[in-house]
Design a protein around this ligand. Structure first.
Ligand SMILES: NC(=O)c1ccc[n+]([C@@H]2O[C@H](COP(=O)([O-])OP(=O)(O)OC[C@H]3O[C@@H](n4cnc5c(N)ncnc54)[C@H](OP(=O)(O)O)[C@@H]3O)[C@@H](O)[C@H]2O)c1
Length: 344
C-alpha cells in the first residue's frame, strides 16, 4: 500500500468552493475503522449545495461526496463486522444504524461534516459500511447511499408504500429515478413530471404510467389530478421544496403521503397553505436519507429485484470538476458517476 493517496478537496473561492486535487497521507485503520479502496463515487445535488455554499455550510478542506463503493483493503485491530476483500458502500450517516434519527448524526455525514468519498481510499467506521448487492458493479453500487436510500426511506420506511398505490416523482434526477424504479417494481403506477420530452420518454421506458411536461403545464398539479381520475396521487416524492410544495399539496390524494425531501427550488418558506392536508387527512414527513438498517433493506430489494440504477454518465477521477458542472447543467437523467479505481 502506498503512503499517500490522491483526493479532491474543497478550497474557498469567493462565495463558494472550488475542487482542487491534493495528496493525503494514507495509514492503516485504527480500532473500529476500515480502509476502503474506493472504486467509484456518485454525485448528488447536495454536493452542489455544499460546493456552491447554497446553505452557507463551512467545508474548507473537506473531501466531498457522500456516495462511494469499493473494496475493504484493511481493517482495524478489533474489527469483526467487516473483512478484507468485502465489497462495500459507505453509509451517508456513519452513525445512524437503525431506529429514530438523532441530531448527533449530523456530525457524521460523509462529504459534509466529515470527509467523503472523492478519494482513492476512505477511512470509514466499521459500523458505517454495508455490503453491496451482488448484482451490482461498483459504479452502480455507488449510486445507492444517498439517492437510492432516500427514495427507499421516503417511499417504504416512512411512506409505507403498498402495491397498487400511486406515486408522483418530480424531475428526473437521482432520487426521482430511484423512486420511479422502486415504485414500478412494487406494481405502483408512477406519474413523472419533467422539463423535457426526451427525459419523459426515459421515464416511460422505465415504466412510468403517466408523464407531464411541466413547461407545457405550468399548473402541472391540475394535469396530475386529471390523470389520476380526479382522485390525486397517494405518494409524492417532493424534491422541489418551496416552489413545488403547493402543487404537490394540490394533487395529493385523501390519506396520501408527501415525503419532503428536497430543496431544488431553494430553502425559502413555501407560499403554500398546509390546510389541504387536513381536508384530505393526508400527511407530510421530513426525510433525511435513512439509516444503515434501511440501507440493508434497500440492498436486499435491489438484489432480489435485479434493479439497476440509472446511470446517466461516468467521468474519470481527474474530471471531477466536469462531473460537478454536468450535474449542475441538469441535462442528466438519474445518476452522475466518477470512476476512481480500475474496477469502478
Ligand atoms: N433530504 C434528503 O435526505 C435528500 C437526499 C437526497 C437528495 N435530496 C434533495 O433532493 C433534491 C434532488 O436531489 P438529486 O440529487 O436527486 O438531484 P439531481 O439529480 O441534481 O436532479 C436535478 C433534476 O431535478 C429537476 N429540477 C427541477 N427543478 C429544478 C431546479 N430548480 N434546480 C435543479 N433541478 C431541478 C431537473 O430534472 P427535469 O429537467 O427532469 O425536471 C434536474 O435535472 C435536491 O434538492 C437534494 O438536495 C435530499
Amino acid at each position: 500500500m502506498n503512503s499517500t493517496m490522491r483526493a479532491w478537496h474543497l478550497v474557498p473561492d469567493g462565495q463558494a468552493f472550488r475542487l482542487e486535487l491534493t495528496t493525503r497521507p494514507l495509514s492503516l485503520p485504527g480500532p473500529g475503522r476500515v480502509l476502503v479502496k474506493v472504486q467509484a463515487a456518485s454525485l448528488n445535488y447536495r454536493d452542489l449545495i455544499i460546493q456552491k455554499k447554497l446553505a452557507g455550510r463551512e467545508a474548507a478542506g473537506r473531501i466531498p461526496l457522500s456516495d462511494g463503493a469499493g473494496e475493504v483493503v484493511a481493517v482495524g485491530p478489533d474489527v469483526k463486522r467487516v473483512q478484507v476483500g468485502d465489497r462495500v458502500a459507505g453509509c451517508f450517516f456513519q452513525t445512524w444504524l437503525s431506529g429514530r434519527f438523532d441530531m448527533r448524526h449530523h456530525q457524521h455525514d460523509l462529504g459534509g461534516t466529515i470527509d467523503g468519498m472523492l478519494c482513492e481510499y476512505a477511512d470509514l467506521s466499521a459500523e458505517g459500511v454495508v455490503p453491496i448487492p451482488r448484482t451490482l458493479n461498483y459504479a452502480e453500487a455507488a449510486c445507492l447511499p444517498c439517492a437510492g436510500l432516500t427514495a427507499w426511506y421516503a417511499l417504504m420506511t416512512r411512506g409505507e408504500l403498498r402495491p397498487g398505490e400511486t406515486v408522483l416523482v418530480l424531475g428526473t434526477g437521482g432520487v426521482s429515478m430511484f423512486a420511479l424504479q422502486l415504485a414500478v417494481s412494487l406494481g405502483c403506477p408512477v406519474t413523472a413530471i419533467s422539463s423535457s420530452e426526451d427525459k419523459l420518454r426515459r421515464c416511460r421506458d422505465l415504466g412510468a404510467t403517466h408523464t407531464v411536461n411541466y413547461r407545457d403545464f405550468p399548473d402541472w398539479d391540475r394535469e396530475v389530478w386529471r390523470l389520476s381520475g380526479m382522485r390525486g396521487v397517494d405518494h409524492v416524492v417532493e424534491v422541489g421544496g418551496p416552489g413545488t410544495l403547493g402543487k404537490s399539496l394540490g394533487c395529493i390524494a385523501p390519506g396520501g403521503h408527501i415525503a419532503l425531501v428536497g430543496v431544488l427550488t431553494g430553502f425559502g418558506a413555501p407560499a403554500a397553505s398546509l390546510f389541504p392536508l387536513v381536508g384530505r387527512n393526508a400527511r407530510i414527513s421530513g426525510i433525511y436519507v435513512g439509516s444503515r438498517e434501511d440501507f440493508l433493506d434497500l440492498g436486499r430489494f435491489v438484489e432480489v429485484q435485479g434493479l439497476k440504477p440509472v446511470i446517466d454518465r461516468t467521468f474519470a477521477f481527474d474530471q471531477a470538476p466536469e462531473a460537478f458542472r454536468w450535474l449542475e447543467g441538469r441535462q442528466h437523467v438519474g445518476k452522475v458517476v466518477i470512476r476512481i479505481g480500475s474496477q469502478g
